[in-house]
Design a protein around this ligand. Structure first.
Ligand SMILES: O=C(O)CCC(=O)c1ccccc1C(=O)O
Ligand SMILES: [Mg+2]
Length: 370
């Protein structure tokens, strides 16, 4: 397979509802889509999950454009690539910038699956025809409103409810939710808002039988997470701390985590995501697929990955309508009774909706072989 053309699109979409985490509020979403075309005219799509600002990690939409344009495209354009696993090897000499790498690698996985007439799920070794999904709910300063929001999603059938917490908005919130929803699988995501000095508060969360607590401490601190896990009954799940299979191995060996949130962009692509999945499966560490408020393209990649057998826990991949008035794929991602039916069309399984995509595109950059 030879990639002959690459297009980077910068898009601006607006979420239906603002989404608040311990580090900031999202409403406008500026992001990149990348399209590759092979020598036979097949196309593949990838999405950059880097945000406009370096809140979640150090990457941004603009650093991704720089990396993709100046370093990654020259390594793949007009080169013979037999299998998408080779892409991460081509990128291996470039440090970090995982979300940029994943954007290009994801598009190459999609075109590879299409030209070989298989679904992306199948190309990855996926086994499930439908996947169980949960939902991530942002901070609502008014806890009564949060309870009503949660109720709506429980009634829609989502299999697990995750809520964001931060200091001062934690034990009280979880107590209220448990009171209203005694049976619902519940979890909390702190996005690194605590330190070990808060250990007494974090221990109080044990009372609520949470499925897990996600990334309570700093993104670069697997040592303190290990100390904390020893004192908590609730399993810790790492998100921001995990950038690779190596990080996964170290965190598991140290006892810093009992569950891994795999985000394709954070770990540099589907090949690395699959390695982490396989490593965790051998050790009976459950994994689930995190979300980055993606458009339909990134969402489709998450769905394909989630068909692998160790995605035991419901992920954050909700339906398109939870985020967008209009998504950029056709059909949109639909959740029924807490399940997404995995598409059977080749590649990512959803068609780009070019009319919607063009409406949201603010800039296009084209790169051709020769
Ligand atoms: O619905 C989604 O896509 C996941 C939402 C979410 O939790 C999130 C959104 C933005 C940045 C980080 C996170 C996170 O998982 O920590
Ligand atoms: Mg998280």
């Amino acid at each position: 397979m030879i990639i002959k053309e690459i297009t980077i699109r910068k898009l601006k979409m607006t979420m239906k509802h603002p989404f608040t985490t311990s580090f900031g509020t999202f409403q406008d979403k500026d992001f990149l889509l990348l399209e590759v075309k092979d020598e036979l005219g097949n196309t593949g799509w990838g999405e950059s999950v880097a945000f406009h600002s370096p809140w979640y990690n150090e990457e941004t939409l603009e650093t991704n454009i720089h990396m993709i344009r100046d370093f990654l495209i020259p390594l793949v354009l007009d080169k013979e690539i037999t299998h998408p696993d080779e892409v991460s090897e081509l990128f291996a000499n470039l440090r970090k910038n995982n979300m940029a790498k994943s954007t290009v690698e994801g598009a190459i996985w999609d075109v590879y699956a299409k030209r070989n007439k298989m679904t992306l799920a199948h190309a990855l070794g996926g086994v499930l025809a439908k996947i169980e999904v949960g939902i991530s709910i942002g901070i609502h300063e008014d806890v009564n409103k949060l309870v009503e929001t949660v109720r709506g999603f429980v009634e829609e059938g989502y299999k697990r409810i995750k809520v964001k917490i931060k200091p001062g908005y934690d034990v009280n919130v979880m107590r209220e939710l448990r009171k209203h929803f005694p049976e619902v699988p519940l979890m909390a995501d702190a996005n690194s808002a605590y330190t070990l000095a808060d250990i007494e508060i974090l221990k109080e969360l044990d009372e609520f039988n949470l499925t897990m607590i996600e990334q309570p401490l700093a993104s670069d601190d697997i040592i303190d997470h290990a100390t904390l896990q020893k004192q908590l009954k609730t399993p810790i799940c790492l998100d921001e701390s995990i950038h690779s299979l190596e990080d996964t191995r170290k965190a598991i060996e140290l006892g810093s985590t009992k569950i891994i949130n795999i985000k394709i962009g954070r770990v540099g692509g589907l090949t690395e995501a699959k390695k982490i999945h396989d490593y965790c499966m051998e050790r009976q560490i459950p994994v689930w697929c995190g979300g980055m408020l993606e458009s339909g393209i990134g969402r489709a990649h998450n769905i394909a990955l989630t068909t692998l057998p160790n995605f035991i826990l419901p992920g954050d991949t909700a339906g398109s309508s939870r985020y967008w008035e209009e998504d950029v794929i056709s059909p949109e991602v639909v959740v029924e009774e807490g399940y997404i039916t995995v598409p059977t069309a080749f590649g990512i399984g959803y068609e780009p909706n070019m009319k919607a995509m063009n409406k949201f595109t603010v800039e296009e950059m084209h790169f051709n072989a020769e």
